[in-house]
Design a protein around this ligand. Structure first.
Ligand code: S3P
Length: 425
């Protein structure tokens, strides 16, 4: 479906965003291998976490869904059953990579497939460490999905320094470490999102400039209650909408403010965003707050690189769109990982900015442009990528005549996004 974005006189009122996607995936998977019943409140019902849910059902888990709650009757580390059909991860990199870590430790074979976008994404990054642990895991000749996992007698521990900063790879290795003999450690130069660590109660240590986290198979995983805070990566679209549209005054309730995820908020604040954090609290180990955003006069002399890009990896599309309306030069480097996402996001952002008459320079690992110019509307492809569709949808609140193509891809992380954005404005 194509959608012409109407101009709005500010975004107002109170909005909620879906439960955090990363935390939802992990709550579902950890509940599946826990001993006993778990209850997950406010789990995201977006297509990606629902791919994880359907995989764990396929693995024999009894799941009850009532309103805001999902109840999973965990069967322990070795209670999963083989699936008679391939497990389908859909569009979800988190599903395929994290589940591979769990399935590498099972006593039965598994196959995980994905859609055409996921089937192009790199899986060698998980094959390498899981094979070092003794797993029998393989993909196509190009090291892509379908992923095949054969049972092995045992997995053994490794000390693994992540060659690329990736929470998915870290979590995949940590999950496999729950089945391995000895203590498995993952080291990273830049700390990526730490939800797996928090949810399994693992301690991250900082030593010699690296972050290190360890796991072993003696760690108890008991069924419990999981509360999933609102997704800051989804809230970022409304923060941007609030800042750039005149007459805005918007509250977004219950947003997760984990330090490894909140960088986008800090960048918006540094750009002059009028954003208040209210009602700060810790809920089940994760910091949460309500965000109030008002129309802001923003500026952007931003040169993003290195560690901060890792923290912002999912928010770069919306940050780029926000910078369109801020005077100054927006430059990003060290973001090559963006080319490995649901689509090549560097190329998608650059092409769409050019379609809006913005003069952008593209680099192998980023891009640069001058914000605060005059732009003209156009028909913009979403490239089937939810974050590209939503980001350029927000641009349409300020630039006349923007039409977004294939808008239904937002269901991957935010079903109902267009209604929440447009009908309540
Ligand atoms: C995620 C990690 C990130 C992120 C993705 C979710 C996770 O991917 O882009 O949307 O839940 O661990 P990488 O680990 O590949 O950077």
């Amino acid at each position: 479906m194509n959608l012409s974005i109407p101009q709005v006189a500010g975004v107002k009122g109170i909005r909620s965003v879906p439960g955090d996607k990363s935390i939802s995936h992990r709550a579902l998977m950890i509940s599946a291998i826990a001993d006993g019943k778990s209850e997950i409140s406010c789990c995201s019902r977006a297509a990606d976490p629902m791919s994880t849910l359907s995989c764990i059902r396929q693995l024999g888990l009894n799941v009850e869904e009532t309103g805001q709650r999902i109840v999973i009757h965990g069967k322990g580390r070795h209670g999963l059953q083989p699936s008679s059909i391939p497990l389908d991860a859909g569009n979800s990199g988190t599903t395929i990579r994290l589940l591979s870590g769990i399935l590498a430790g099972q006593r039965f074979p598994s196959i995980i497939i994905g859609d055409s976008s996921l089937s192009k994404r790199p899986m060698k990054r998980i094959f390498d460490p899981l094979r070092l642990m003794g797993a029998d895991i393989s993909g196509t000749e190009k090291n892509t999905a379908p992923v095949r996992i054969e049972p092995v007698d045992r997995l053994h521990s490794i000390q693994y320094a992540l060659p690329v900063p990736s929470a998915q790879v870290k979590s995949s290795v940590l999950f496999a470490g729950l089945f391995a003999e000895g203590t498995t450690s993952v080291l990273e130069k830049t700390q990526t999102r730490d939800h797996t660590e928090r949810m399994l109660g693992l301690e991250t240590k900082k030593e010699n400039g690296s972050f290190s986290v360890s796991v072993n198979r003696d760690i108890k995983i008991e069924g419990k209650h999981f509360f999933v805070p609102g997704d800051i990566s989804a809230a970022a679209f409304f923060l941007a909408a609030g800042m750039i549209t005149p007459g805005s005054n918007l509250t977004i309730n219950n947003v997760g403010l984990n330090p490894t995820r909140r960088r986008v908020l800090d960048i918006f604040l540094s750009m002059g965003g009028k954003i208040e954090i209210e009602n700060k609290r810790i809920v089940e180990g994760e910091p949460v707050g309500d965000l109030v955003v008002m129309t802001s006069e923003i500026k952007s002399d931003l040169k993003l690189h290195g560690a901060e890009v890792v923290d912002l990896i999912d928010e770069i599309p919306i940050l780029a769109v926000t910078a369109l309306f801020a005077k100054g030069t927006f430059t990003i480097h060290d973001a090559k990982e963006l080319r490995m996402k649901e689509t090549d996001r560097i190329s998608a952002i650059v092409k769409n900015l050019r379609l809006l008459s913005c003069d952008v320079e593209e680099y192998d690992d980023g891009f640069s442009f001058e914000g605060g110019g005059e732009y003209s509307g156009n028909i913009l492809p979403s490239y089937g990528d939810h974050r590209i569709a939503m980001s350029f949808g927000i641009a349409g609140l300020r630039i006349k005549n923007i039409t977004i193509q294939d808008t239904e891809c937002v269901d991957i992380s935010f079903p109902g996004f267009w209604n929440v954005l447009l009908t309540q404005s």
